[in-house]
Design a protein around this ligand. Structure first.
Ligand code: AMP
Length: 459
């Protein structure tokens, strides 16, 4: 990979050598200086062939490569570990028929995944009212695993309930994005029972409108720890909402909650909740105490501490094949069908390698004539600054080709939300998004929504 620096850009650099030609640098630049001196009087810039090759990629080209002995067997038959199970169905677990129909017709979900098969019947059975530790892989369907039984139980109740009956479930997630995602799933599920209402409480949103929503009443409170604690401490109505009705406290991504330092906040939340007097007689068909559910991709490490704080007399339900395998419980286990590859490159080649990989992915989709398919790629980086840098680099790398849509910003038609979205004249379907914690919540939510739902742009 070669990079070229134009003659002109060299010319703008400071002249430390007191060189009247205005050029500095190595032998190559000196040769060019001499050539220019010979052509004295000629004011035109040198042709492309006279451009200077920088030394950025020309020295120490030897790249040490470590060979991965744990190579993927391309021929091996892999069973997707988080795929729906062919022989099972939701009806047999006692899921409410309205929900089963809704799942099939509106969400095109008919078969449970392995974690749903374990969790749904357990949470549906009132006899078994101990706490749960759900050990599940990423993408295993755990959101529905805890939402379906709670909603089914509510639909099976003899008492008439609506949004004013109180909050039956409090769901806490480590990030605003995850909380919003759970809220969206809950919103979709409750389309079949409009009288039940979820409510989202996350930082970055207006507290006043959250208070107003709480006042109107809701049955599911979904949010991030800081904002939930804030409301519990300062908003009287949330405690009123939880009194008498709260039966399920769900901590999603427990390992992440601990990693992000929410232990103290969660302890405070649980303390306040446990101090609210519960009236088991009000809804006799619900469990007689609060059921705590902790979801995590790992079962050891700091999440055990959270387990000690949140769970009492709990049962561990795991969809990981080898529960006794210590490595499986220590590490966050990826689904079996997920193909993982590692490329080790020297730091100075990292950016171009990443550029090459992204370009390859895009070209591959186009070459395979899958133009109607949407491919989404996520690049995770270590910090906001790095995200900003890579975003700038990839969206501005060729100004002639990569045109910024309406001066770097595309207005989303809905509301006044603005988020950066770049276009490319020759390939208008490749769009870059940036997402990090220093962006406004409006921008984060709009970006995520656009990335997840826009099937035309994110090819
Ligand atoms: P989750 O692990 O809850 O984030 O879910 C991962 C993805 O799997 C989501 O897009 C769900 O809509 C989808 N999903 C969950 N359960 C099922 C199921 N039983 N059948 C098909 N897709 C599912």
């Amino acid at each position: 990979i070669e990079t070229f620096e134009s003659h002109q850009s060299k010319k703008q650099k400071p002249n430390h050598n007191n060189n009247p030609s205005g050029f500095v640098g190595n032998r190559k630049t000196k040769d060019l200086d001499n050539k220019i001196s010979r052509d004295k009087g000629q004011t035109t810039l040198p042709q492309a062939s006279e451009q200077i090759v920088t030394s950025l990629f020309s020295s120490s080209r030897e790249i040490e490569t470590s060979v991965n002995t744990n190579a993927h067997d391309e021929t091996a038959v892999v069973n997707p570990s988080n795929a729906p199970l062919a022989g099972d169905n939701f009806e047999s677990f006692g899921t409410h028929p309205t929900l089963v129909t809704h799942l099939e017709e509106k969400m095109r979900i008919s078969k449970p995944t392995s974690i749903q098969k374990l969790v749904v019947p357990h949470l549906m059975s009132n006899l078994n009212d101990n706490d749960l530790f759900i050990h599940a892989q990423t993408g295993s369907g755990k959101t529905l695993a805890f939402l379906l039984p709670v909603l089914s139980t509510l639909l099976n109740m003899k008492e008439r309930i609506d949004r004013t009956s109180g909050a039956f479930s409090l769901i806490i997630a480590p990030t605003r994005e995850l909380a919003s995602q759970i809220y969206q799933v809950c919103l979709t599920l409750t389309q079949c029972c409009h009288y039940l209402v979820p409510c989202l409480l996350i930082g970055g949103e207006r507290k006043k409108s959250e208070k107003a929503r709480l006042r109107k009443g809701c049955n599911f409170i979904i949010g991030t720890p800081g904002r939930i604690l804030d409301h519990l401490q300062n908003t009287k109505v949330i405690r009123e909402q939880l009194a008498a009705s709260l039966r399920y406290v769900i901590l999603d991504e427990g390992d992440k909650l601990m990693e992000l330092g929410f232990e103290e906040t969660l302890t405070d939340i649980l303390k306040i909740i446990h101090e609210i007097p519960l009236n088991p007689k009000k809804f006799p068909s619900l469990p007689s105490r609060i059921i705590h559910v902790l979801c995590s991709a790992t079962t050891t490490g700091s999440v055990t501490k959270l387990g000690n704080v949140a769970l009492k007399n709990y049962r561990l339900l795991s969809n990981c094949k080898n529960k006794k395998d210590k490595s499986a419980s220590d590490l966050s286990v990826a689904p079996d069908q997920l193909k993982q590859m590692v490329t080790i490159v020297p730091p100075k080649l990292r950016l171009v390698t990443l550029g090459g990989i992204l370009s390859d992915i895009t070209k591959k989709v186009q070459a395979e004539d899958k133009k109607d398919e949407t491919t989404r790629t996520m690049v995770f980086l270590s910090c906001s600054d790095s995200v900003e840098f890579h975003f700038e680099a990839f969206t501005n790398m060729d100004s002639a080709c990569r045109k910024l849509v309406a001066d770097s910003v595309k207005q989303l038609t809905r509301g006044s939300t603005v988020f950066p979205c770049f276009d490319n004249e020759s390939d208008p379907n490749v769009v870059f998004y940036k997402l990090h914690g220093s962006l406004s919540q409006q921008m984060r939510s709009a970006t995520l929504k656009h990335f997840a739902t826009n099937n035309d742009a994110t090819k």
